[in-house]
Every structure is written in C-alpha cells, then in structure tokens.
Design a binder for this molecule. Sequence first.
Ligand SMILES: NC(=O)c1ccc[n+]([C@@H]2O[C@H](COP(=O)([O-])OP(=O)(O)OC[C@H]3O[C@@H](n4cnc5c(N)ncnc54)[C@H](O)[C@@H]3O)[C@@H](O)[C@H]2O)c1
Length: 284
Amino acid sequence: MAIKRIGIVGSGIMGSGIAEVAAKAGIEVVLRSRAQATADAMVAGLEKSLAKQVERGKLEESDRDAVLGRVRAVTDLGELSDCDLVLESIVEDLAAKKHLFNELDRICPEHAIIATNTSTLPVIELAMETGRPDKVCGVHFFNPAPMMALVEVVRPLTASDDTIAAVTAFASSCGKDPVEVKDRAGFIVNALLFPYLNNAVRMLEAGTASRDDIDTAMKGGCNFPMGPLALLDLVGLDTSLSILDALYEEFKDPNYAAMPLLRRMVAAGQLGRKSGGGFFDYRK
Ligand SMILES: NC(=O)c1ccc[n+]([C@@H]2O[C@H](COP(=O)([O-])OP(=O)(O)OC[C@H]3O[C@@H](n4cnc5c(N)ncnc54)[C@H](O)[C@@H]3O)[C@@H](O)[C@H]2O)c1
C-alpha cells in the first residue's frame, strides 16, 4: 500500500518534526493537536523552520509554499478519517496511548495502519487495543526528526509483513534509513543509549566530575557531537525518565534504574530545552 496521506497525533517536539519531514517528502499531513493554540504554534514553528532553510539556500521559495500547503493542523481527531497511516506521537504514557489507539481504531479507515512513535513502550499492548493488530507497528523517528537519518520500524508479534513493508517504504520515501527491530523496550538505540545517559547523571550526582567536564569529555574523547547531559536536555528529562522506567520495568537491569537526580529534576519541572532549563540553561 502506498502511503499518500498521514495523520500525526501530538504536536510536541517529535510530532512537529515528523510533520515537516513527511510534508517535504510530498506526503499530505494532517497534524492533530488537542488545542487550537498549539496547532497554530506548530504551523508557525514549521513556517519559521522552512524560512530558515530558504534563507540558507537549502529550499526554494516555491517548495516552501508547497510544503506548507501539504500540512493541515486540526484539533478534531475525526479529521484523521481519510489517512493511510496515522502516527501517534503523544506523551510517553501507556494509559494515554492505549486510550488514543482505541479511539483511532474507531476513526481510521479499515485499510489504515496505526503506528506509534513510542521510544520504549510495548507496541503489542497498543496493537491489542485495536481490532486490527496486524496493521499496528512502531515507527520510531529520532530527535530532531528533520535531521536524524534513522527510523526504527518496530514489529510486534501481530504485525503483518504488508504493514512492515508499507511503513518501511514510507520511511525510505521520507529520505530516512529504516531498520527493523522486535518489539522490546528501547528497541536498538535507546536500549544501548540510556544506560550511558543514566550513568552520566550518576557520575554528576556522585561529584566525580562537573557537568561541563562530563560533556566535554564525551565530546572530545569519543567524538560524540554532544555530551550526555546536553543530550538528555534535548530529549526532554520527562521523556527520558519515562524511557528509563519502561526499560527497567521490562528488564529489571540496574543500569536502567533512573538516577534520583533525574527524577527530582522532572518533579521540579526542569525538563530540559522545552522548559527553558535542565542540566543547562536555555533562557539566555
Ligand atoms: N523527545 C525525543 O527525543 C523523542 C525521540 C523519539 C521518540 N519520542 C517519542 O515521541 C513521543 C512524543 O514525545 P515528544 O518528545 O514529542 O514529547 P512532547 O512533550 O514534546 O510532546 C508531547 C505531546 O503530547 C501531547 N499530549 C500529552 N498528553 C496527551 C494526551 N493524553 N492525549 C493527546 N495528546 C497528549 C502534549 O500536549 C504534547 O503536544 C513519545 O512517545 C516519545 O517517547 C521522543
């Protein structure tokens, strides 16, 4: 099945980024936010991002207009009733996602694939909320979606080969490099990445080195483009905590047990870039 129109639910960091990627690839996008103000902010953000690309000579003005013309921001979930693929990218919370999958199953056309952008949650539990578990899978983009090449295509036990083939072709048509992975918490990247990020917080908490020195060391010593604490800020500390909790829940590996400092920062509303501050301050 060729995917010509997609619905995206959730217009946070990831939903907005994926909308840009798909619209630039020539796919019609219906982006659903719960509030009109958020939907409008998402369109304004997209306009800003595309304007920057025109300024830098990376995008023609006519292409910018065509991309914007392909994105429709809506608040009514019912507007997703003519999509070939609906990709959920709301808060990393199993109960909220289950509720949404239930609703999407009622709204989406019979042929539609319903996918999740979850970083760690069990895709099978979302599939079993629907009457079409063969047409549910994970399509895990990375942050920031317009820049990162990888998409993990997550295959729950129930997904059909046709579903996996269709979303893999969708990811390729978006210019991404898809890899296939079983439905296990953290898939490939986060299962390997998060013990490292969590141990950076452990090191900071133990006073082994300062925030700046931990990040400088991993950039200079491993040639990573950013340090672990800056990366946690980019991902969002709340999302990072949810990812660690889901990994720990699945594997009971102490490396996945979230550091108390991370949990306290989330409780304090210090969520990283999106709240203006986390390990670093972004208000300046
Ligand atoms: N941040 C990352 O680096 C990253 C990378 C890949 C995948 N993900 C995954 O993408 C998803 C979204 O993450 P994000 O970083 O965009 O988060 P975010 O906090 O930026 O956005 C979450 C969005 O969900 C909305 N929302 C919250 N509760 C809701 C509900 N009950 N119903 C509908 N909408 C609701 C919020 O209003 C917000 O717009 C999560 O599953 C996350 O694990 C995140």
